[in-house]
Design a protein around this ligand. Structure first.
Ligand code: SIN
Length: 178
């Protein structure tokens, strides 16, 4: 059986799983926030980094990438996203690029969300504090700043303007220049 998976963070650019199709996609009612702690990828158990999760916001639209995958891929993704993320059902609107036009299609699938209350959840903080936190954190998958910059570049490629991400990029650059 095949499924659609919506990626809005590292799943947009670190694609270490096989898929049949990939499209720019939008999910309504959620926004991307650097509110989840990372003990296993961009931080350490005693010094977690800050990575993205989705937070409910009725009027928001989150842009990311949708992948059509085989069921077996979940074994890998569940392990990769094990630090507080759970599969949540979402409806996504795909923008499918054809030779001369982009067609829209709505599909149901899942995304990985780290909900408030999970053991690694950090929640909101002052934006300068979040930027300093990202600037100093690092883990087995690399620096937290690289995670942020990779995400920003991937969102640029998708033509997505995300003010939360942009704001953090500016502040992390300032924090690391000092
Ligand atoms: C995602 O990318 O969709 C989940 C969060 C992450 O792994 O960065």
């Amino acid at each position: 059986m095949q499924h659609w998976v919506f990626g809005y963070g590292s799943l947009i650019w670190r694609v270490d799983f096989p898929y049949h199709e990939r499209h720019r996609a939008a999910v309504r009612g959620w926004c991307r926030r650097f509110w989840q702690g990372s003990h296993d990828h961009r931080g350490l158990p005693h010094a977690p980094g800050r990575v993205v999760t989705l937070v409910r916001e009725p009027d928001a639209v989150c842009i990311g990438a949708a992948y059509r995958v085989e069921e077996a891929v979940f074994e890998h993704l569940d392990h990769r996203e094990k630090n507080g993320y759970e599969r949540v059902s979402v409806t996504m609107q795909l923008a499918r690029e054809g030779c001369s036009e982009t067609t829209k299609k709505t599909v149901d699938g899942v995304t990985y969300i780290a909900a408030p209350g999970n053991e690694a959840f950090l929640g909101p903080a002052d934006v300068d504090e979040m930027a300093r936190h990202i600037a100093r954190s690092s883990g087995p998958s690399g620096t937290n700043a690289d995670y942020l910059l990779e995400l920003a570049a991937a969102l640029d490629d998708l033509g997505c303007e995300d003010h939360h991400v942009r704001d953090l990029v500016c502040r992390v650059r300032t924090a690391t220049d000092q």
